[in-house]
Design a protein around this ligand. Structure first.
Ligand SMILES: [Zn+2]
Ligand SMILES: [Zn+2]
Length: 362
């Protein structure tokens, strides 16, 4: 890598078209600006969004694209005005790397809701260059969008917290749903759902996993520690569970009926949507009127909340269930994730892979 004055040449794994196959790609990073942190990537988690972006499911993908937005790495250089970090610190980078700093969300430190947010990859940075993500040897990120990984948290464990973890933590905090004793539902048991069970259990909640079949009962109850398991097609069980939940974290990323789940909520209960669904969802109004229930949504979390969820996990001894793989397994991992064949998050050992030479173990 180059010095302060020059651009760095790095190698990432990029998709070249909507087939979404990733392969080594060499590119340059911007010169280190005054508030920039240069991060040598150690680990990067694989999020479902990476598949959507690599395969252009959302229709706005630009190639070559290096995905990855659950990035943990070591600081190897800082700009002269960087105050929060020093060389050698282990830090994290998540879903966004820029915002306008001037709008109401930015001023309220919820920059994830800034309309001018800059995504960690598949976006354009303020200097006109494409942003590229964490399946790469290094990233340069403004210090505002970097968090310190606290002592006591293994770097590979921290990776899924930077997107999946903060995504469930943020709405529970914002909606005042952190008190012990609450009863929560987790709908869908993928990367975000598994984190939802763990975070909610660590808050002292009674957690019900809601699923379309009985297939995940043992892992929900035994591996993740859920308190109850509800099969949505079991009309009797659903009726018995009516009016019992304070909230439901709905992670299902495809169109699904809302009324069966609204019926499970108590008065003032909240259905929090976090799956990206491009079709209208429907319900009849008495389902929310009778019980003053809310249907709402939430999107990742702020930088402050990201730091909080990292500390929360250290305090509670919360660990995510991950499968660590090398770069040369990245395409297989994406395929397995697409089939939901992972318990529950892939994390790529980027630094431990020989990234320039096809990603085999170094
Ligand atoms: Zn994500
Ligand atoms: Zn803004």
């Amino acid at each position: 890598m180059g010095s302060l004055a020059s651009e760095r040449t790095v190698t990432g794994w990029a998709a070249r078209d909507a087939a979404g196959h990733l392969s080594p790609y060499t590119y340059t990073l911007r010169k280190t600006g005054p508030e920039d942190v240069v991060v040598k990537v150690m680990y990067c988690g694989i999020c479902h969004t990476d598949i959507h972006q690599a395969k252009n499911h959302l229709g706005a993908s630009k190639y070559p694209m290096v995905p990855g937005h659950e990035v943990v790495g070591e600081v190897v250089e800082v700009g002269p005005e960087v105050t929060k970090y020093g060389v050698g610190d282990v830090v994290g980078v998540g879903v966004i790397v820029g915002c306008c700093r001037d709008c109401r969300p930015c001023k309220a430190n919820v920059e994830q809701y800034c309309n001018k947010r800059i995504w960690s990859y598949n976006d354009v940075y303020t200097d006109g260059r494409p942003t590229q993500g964490g399946f790469s040897s290094a990233m340069i990120v403004d210090q505002k969008f970097v968090v310190k990984i606290p002592a006591g948290l293994a770097p590979e464990q921290a990776a899924p917290l930077l997107c999946a973890g903060v995504t469930v933590y943020s709405p529970l905090k914002h909606f005042g749903l952190m008190s012990p004793g609450l009863r929560g539902g987790i709908l869908g048991l993928g990367g975000v759902g598994h984190m939802g069970v763990k975070v909610a259990k660590s808050m002292g909640h009674h957690v019900t996993v809601i699923s379309s079949s009985g297939k995940k009962r043992a892992e929900a109850m035994d591996d993740l520690g859920a308190d109850a398991y509800l099969i949505s097609s079991d009309a009797g069980a659903m009726a018995a569970a009516a009016d019992t939940l304070d909230y439901i974290i709905d992670t299902v990323p495809v169109k699904h009926p809302l009324e069966p789940y609204l019926a499970l909520l108590k008065m003032d209960g909240k259905l929090v949507l976090m799956g990206v669904i491009a079709e209208p969802l429907s319900f009849v109004s008495p389902m929310v009127m009778l019980g003053r229930k809310s249907i709402t949504g939430s999107f990742i979390g702020s930088m402050e909340e990201t730091e909080e969820v990292l500390r929360f996990c250290v305090e509670k001894g919360l660990t995510s269930q991950i499968e660590v793989v090398k770069m040369d397994y990245l395409n297989q991992a994406l395929e397995r994730l697409e089939r939901n064949d992972v318990r529950y998050r892939f994390v790529v050992d980027v630094a431990g892979s020989n990234i320039e030479d096809g990603g085999a173990p170094a």
